[in-house]
Write a protein that binds this ligand. Structure first.
Ligand code: TPP
Length: 603
């Protein structure tokens, strides 16, 4: 019996599989498993998991955006301890935010099923690092299941709920960008209603005080051994017999690359990478002449196998950074002398156009960063679409560390006293709610001398436009209380506070200059909705009167993708034009044009 047969219960009602993205399959699997509560904070590549729950009835599952990942996990924990199946989903760096809860919850247990889906981003397609969740999971003694495709993602999420309840532990299901965002066929089943249990009602178990934690820690280690025995006997650990000249232990999506590149060799597929199915690994190792570990990112399996005293090779040939692919695996196995070096791809003599990511035409963040550059601010940035202002032509962000870091980074910069420039923290609305409020309190409390600019575009734009408490709408589009940033700032003691429209360039410049001249914490809220959400905003486009253009190229400093070069010159400098199909008529370029040559098309 393979994993699919083990996990697929009852018999599927649909004979034909549905094409599903990994993230949709994860939500479907959770829904089928009877999940009652699902919470998440958006983050690529995990965002669509929670969004997919809107396909299902709110009577089946309450799915909601949390303000950050820790809150999402805490909500799921509360629900599981209250007796219903619950899930939190997040991107890999989200688990850092939720780690405090995870580290104690593995001591406490799950009661009803508690599943945490974490989507890693090998290759850093859309993240600030490429950390490997398996390390944090091992650190927390939390079992990890690793699907290879959408069907397994669906099946393993269901199985994860069963494991969680049977072993009384949270279970992590680890996805990656490739799996989360790839569509493949999935056989689905009906929902299984799981009766709610009573609230756990055992404070010795659920109150993490030293006395209880001291008792829980040894139990956690016993549980790890039970889980190991379970994975050793489980179809999750699949030995596919083949040639034994060398054998490969692998996991997750790399399994698919192994089957493509070396279909003839013996493979041990680990559907659970923590704890390791030790006895099977030993038998497998003894059955092959050379043991190769093919894993994406860190040598987690390799180190565990070596710690068992078994000789194996992995990261000596397989890259530790970046995403694997069949091509990279072929090169790795060639480096190990296990196959011929693949021929170099033919030189087609053409290079794909290099297109760096840019802020959208009309993005309200653009003028804020132009203004900050103009006043020569030292800018502690944060994470969001606006991070693109770190590169040319806006090039006005000096640091970006992680979500919510900007304000406290600015406090530190001001304390260091090494800069003559005004210190400004810039932070998006969603990020401010995620983790910007405590550092603002800290700044006021410690009498910092900084300016904070909240870039309120009324959406979580970076991850595709999710609602949050500042939009006044829930995941399912219902109206709810809408946060007022001015009120929050006043409540924490900010005394210099102004709201501006980033499309009003003159007022924006003046306000930022005044704010930075203030001694203490000043806050500027730049309020203007994202041009892409909820519907693409499009006003009357602008055009350049080329005859009047003096080629000063000031408008080019906006980095607006609608402004392009012409073949005409003025005193040796190239003139510009506006692509009216993409221009949304924000007028930022017209406002900064010194020769007044930019006007609405129909003016
Ligand atoms: C801990 C963590 N969670 C989630 C993300 C993914 N992420 C990056 S920026 C961002 C929020 C962006 O929204 P906002 O601050 O409103 O800025 P915008 O993109 O709208 O300009 C999110 C959710 C992340 N990088 N780190």
């Amino acid at each position: 019996m393979n994993i699919r047969e083990a996990a697929r219960k009852p018999t599927p009602v649909e004979e034909l599989p549905r094409p599903m993205m990994g993230n949709e399959a994860i939500a479907r699997g959770a829904w089928e498993a009877g999940v009652k509560v699902a919470a998440a904070y958006p983050g690529t590549p995990s965002t669509e998991i929670l969004e997919a729950f809107t396909e299902y009835s709110a009577d089946d599952v309450t799915a909601q955006w949390a303000v950050n990942e820790k809150v999402s996990l805490d909500v799921a924990i509360g629900a599981a301890l209250s007796g219903v199946r619950a899930m939190a989903s997040m991107k890999h760096v989200g688990l850092n935010v939720a780690a405090d809860a995870l580290m104690s919850q593995t001591y406490i247990g799950a009661h009803a099923g508690l599943v945490i889906v974490v989507a890693d981003d090998p290759g850093i397609h859309s993240s600030q690092n490429e950390q490997d969740t398996r390390i944090l999971a091992g650190f927390a003694n939390c079992p990890v299941l690793e699907p290879s495709d959408a069907q397994e993602a669906h099946d393993l999420v269901k199985l994860a709920f069963d494991i969680s309840e049977e072993f009384d532990t949270p279970v992590i299901v680890r996805s990656t960008t490739r799996l989360s965002h790839t569509r493949s066929p999935v056989y689905v089943s009906p929902r299984q209603e799981v009766p709610a249990k009573a609230f756990v009602n055992d404070s010795q178990k659920t109150v993490a005080i030293p006395l209880n934690a001291r008792r829980a820690h040894p139990k956690l280690i016993v549980r790890e051994e039970k889980l190991r025995a379970y994975f050793e006997a489980s179809p999750l650990t699949r030995w596919e017999k083949g040639e034994t000249r060398y054998g490969i232990i692998t996991h997750g999506t790399p399994y698919l690359y192994v089957k493509e590149v070396a279909p003839e060799v013996s493979v041990l597929k680990l559907g659970a990478s923590y704890p390791l199915a030790e006895s099977v690994v030993r038998d497998f190792a003894a059955s092959v002449d050379r043991l190769i570990i093919v894993e994406e990112l860190e040598p987690v399996i390799e180190n565990a196998v070596k710690a068992m005293g078994i000789q194996c090779e992995g990261k000596a040939f397989v890259p530790r950074c970046g995403e694997l692919s069949p091509e990279i695996l072929r090169e790795s196995l060639a480096r190990a002398g296990l196959m011929d070096t693949p021929p170099a791809p033919p030189d087609l003599g053409i290079m794909p156009l290099v297109r760096p990511p840019v802020l959208c035409a009309g993005c309200p963040h653009t003028s804020s960063y132009m203004a900050l550059r103009a006043i020569d601010a030292q800018v502690a940035g944060d994470i969001g679409c606006y991070t693109l202002a770190a590169v040319e032509p806006l090039r006005s962000i000096d640091t970006t560390v992680c979500m919510g870091a900007s304000i406290a980074n600015a406090v530190g910069m001001a304390l260091a006293g090494t800069s003559e420039r005004p210190i400004v923290a810039t932070i998006g609305d969603s990020t401010f709610i995620h983790s910007g409020i405590p550092p603002l309190i800290d700044a006021v409390y410690n009498k910092a001398d900084i300016t904070v600019m909240i870039l309120d575009n009324k959406i979580t734009a970076m991850t595709g436009g999710q609602d949050h408490p500042g939009t006044g709408r829930t995941l399912r589009g219902e109206e709810t209380h809408q946060i007022d940033y001015m009120e929050i700032c006043r409540a924490v003691g900010v005394e210099w506070l102004k709201k501006v429209d980033p499309y009003d360039v003159g007022t924006l410049y003046r306000t930022l200059r005044e704010a930075t001249e203030y001694k203490g914490v000043s806050v500027v809220v730049g309020e203007r909705p994202c041009v892409l959400d909820p519907v693409r905003i499009k006003g009357e486009p602008l055009s350049v009167n080329v005859d009047n253009c003096v080629a000063c190229q000031s408008c080019m400093n906006l980095g607006c993708p609608s402004i392009t070069w012409t073949d005409q010159f003025h005193e040796g400098h190239r003139k510009v034009k506006i692509d009216t199909a993409t221009c949304i008529g924000c007028t930022l370029c017209a406002q900064i044009c010194p020769s007044d040559c930019i006007q609405p098309v129909n003016a």
